[in-house]
Design a binder for this molecule. Structure first.
Ligand code: V47
Ligand code: SF4
Length: 395
């Protein structure tokens, strides 16, 4: 996978990590038993050191982000009562239900000021009134108004929903959306693939194998995509590894995934959080850092591992840059999905604050476009006007 990794054996305090380190040095792929060792090791810093070594060999000190904008056109969703972890969806007549008309989508698309938006991230509910025409009209209008903006839109679950209500194949839906301006697919809707977990948290949602099939079809058509894993609810560590293995297998076949994004479960204002008695208790920082690090180490065929600062906080995202993460969620502008389930983070972040976050971790910010092509390289810490991050040096 990589030439020689800068692994310092003295930084591995858990002997169980040594054979994993040896495999990494030999460029060998980790198996599930290795993955479990990483998840179970008490030596979080050792796990982080391994992930950091692999990440540095690929990306050095560079950390990428996109000037992006989230747009959620409808929160009306037929699965509102069966996705127990979701606090965003509403039934059509329920208080708070909304579906934007085209004018509202365009007004939302104009909200970013100061920074040039390069990517719209568009996801929403499974709304019976939002079929293919709703999205093709939206994408055409957005491209006409913002020709420079890449459209990353509609999860595999939404693609399957449109296919069902329009009685079309997944391929036909993807082709029609691409013709209207869709560029890539976001990774949402994966949750945890295990059928038993899915039955408990998202009983009626598209299954794991079908999620993989939609992405496989997109990749075959040349549409790149992201993938996610929702963790920290009822899943086991084995479930997480099965999930990661399914993503790795598809990536072996197609190479179509751009980034892996672990999503930390937020228990507030959703039925699952109440059922588990978990309100007010999100995932721990330990679990967040470890899951990102294991993602980096297990998914050896993925270039990018992204931390979603909205879910795990900007402070933890800074630390994650030393646990295998090379990419962070961008400016976002107005986030709604996690703010419906108790996220206390800002709904968006100014470009200067993103730069400060990255430099503050001793890293060099790089603005990218949606396909990870470099838009702008920024000074690293201490090179420009920013003071060096002395406290973090050598972290
Ligand atoms: O699939 C819903 C998650 C996802 C909760 O591809 C929750 O670049 C935590 O996938 N606690 C949608 N998570 C968002 C998503 C995403 C976000 C940012 C970037 C990208 C990308 C993708 O949000 C859903 C679900 O897994 N979600 N409710 C909750 N209570
Ligand atoms: Fe609908 Fe998605 Fe929420 Fe499930 S997670 S209820 S599919 S919006």
């Amino acid at each position: 996978m990589t030439a020689s990794l800068a692994i310092d054996p003295a930084r591995l305090r858990d002997p169980a990590l040594r054979p994993v380190a040896d495999k990494l040095q030999r460029g060998e792929r980790l198996d599930r038993a290795d993955g479990l060792r990483l998840f179970r090791s008490p030596d979080l810093l050792g796990v982080g050191h391994l992930a950091d070594a692999v990440n540095r060999a690929r990306h050095g000190d560079r950390v990428t982000f996109a000037a992006n904008q989230h747009i959620n056109p409808t929160n009306i969703c037929v699965l509102r009562t069966t996705c127990a972890f979701c606090g965003y969806a509403r039934l059509p007549k329920e208080a708070g239900a909304y579906r934007y008309g085209l004018d509202q989508v365009l007004a939302e698309s104009d909200r970013a000021d100061g920074t040039i938006t390069r990517e719209f991230h568009i996801v929403g509910g499974l709304d019976m009134q939002a079929g293919l025409a709703y999205y093709t009209e939206m994408f055409r209008a957005l491209k006409a108004r913002h020709p420079q903006v890449h459209i990353k839109a509609l999860t595999a679950v939404e693609i399957a929903h449109i296919a069902r209500i329009e009685k079309m194949s997944h391929e036909a839906v993807l082709l029609a959306l691409r013709e209207a301006g869709l560029d890539t697919l976001p990774g949402g809707g994966a949750e945890t693939f295990s059928a038993a977990v899915r039955a408990q948290i998202a009983g009626k949602k598209l299954g794991g194998a079908e999620y993989i099939e939609v992405h496989r079809t997109a990749h075959r058509l040349g549409i790149r995509s992201n993938c996610t894993m929702l963790y920290g609810h009822v899943e086991s560590l084995e479930d997480r590894l099965d999930h990661l293995a399914m993503l790795r297998d598809l990536q072996d076949d197609t190479g179509g995934f751009l980034a892996f994004i672990p999503l930390a479960y937020h228990p507030d204002d959703n039925a699952l959080g109440a059922q588990l008695g978990r309100q007010g208790t999100s995932t721990t920082g330990y679990d967040d850092l470890r899951t990102l690090a294991v993602g980096r180490l297990f998914l050896d065929n993925f270039q990018h591992v992204k931390s979603h600062w909205i879910m795990v906080t900007p402070a933890l995202t800074q630390l994650a840059l030393h646990f295998g993460v090379n990419d962070i969620e961008g400016t976002v502008v107005r986030e709604k999905i996690y703010h419906a389930v108790g996220a206390r983070t800002p709904q968006g972040m100014a470009l200067d604050d993103l730069l400060r976050l990255i430099r503050g971790a001793g890293k060099r910010p790089v603005e990218r476009d949606a396909l990870y092509r470099v838009v702008r390289e920024f000074d690293g810490p201490g090179e420009g006007s920013e003071a060096p991050a002395a406290a973090l040096a050598g972290a």
